[in-house]
Design a protein around this ligand. Sequence first.
Ligand code: DGL
Length: 276
Amino acid sequence: MVATTSLSPIGVFDSGVGGLSVLRAIREQLPAEDVLYLADQAHVPYGPRSMAEVRDFAEGITRFLLAQGAKLIVVACNTASAAALYYLRETFPEIPFVGMEPAVKPAAEHTDSGVVGVLATPATFQGALYASVIERFAKGVKILQHTCPGLVQQIERGDLDSPQTRAILETALRPMLERGMDTVVLGCTHYPFVIPVIQSIVDDGVRVIDPAPAVARQVGRLLDAHQMARQEGAGRIRFFTSGDAQALRRLLPTLLGERGDVVTVRWWDGRQVEIA
Ligand code: DGL
């Protein structure tokens, strides 16, 4: 592992482009930080996979980001957090990790109707993290869940508002609206990219909760607590993908609002990531 300082980068990863919604918030709040972003597009979607498989991916990616000098790791993926966050914290006790969990707490606090919809992947719904969030925060609130099959793949293609994307969201949201839902939790980091479509299906009275700004604030707090925040300069991002570098490069301006070079990585031995 490389010795880190405040000048070291933050490591951020997701199965694909979803974590860019978190990276966008990190860029807004912590513009001086350098970032390494890895999209494991060879394996997207993570959602239908087993927890054990996703945990192995998360560990391999974490080892790669640490080898590249990361000082803190953001698991910018609810599914990988569900599968691996506890395990990563145990395996790398000296590294600060920030993970994602569906934002049921603020939703439960703000709902008037008492009906909250959660959109997340099957693995996220199965995880202990989600069960604990529901147990702690959803008392007296009706939680409706949907896995939005196919939506992650649509977003990976940059297909943010086609009739197919809209149909997936209509199928998920209409029955929730009929049951009185007034708050939607985006429990998958891909979904903030389709907020305009979600907002056009639900009416203005329905709150849509994107946890990315809160996650970026937590990154800032942890960096401060470890005296690792970078105070000055304009941070740079290095992008890595285990999938198609060209395709990711093309999507960056739309999804992140920035351009960047993308380096291809490959999986080796099913468990380790290396630069291709
Ligand atoms: N963006 C991810 C999440 O937050 C993963 C989606 C997937 O790969 O299925 O859950």
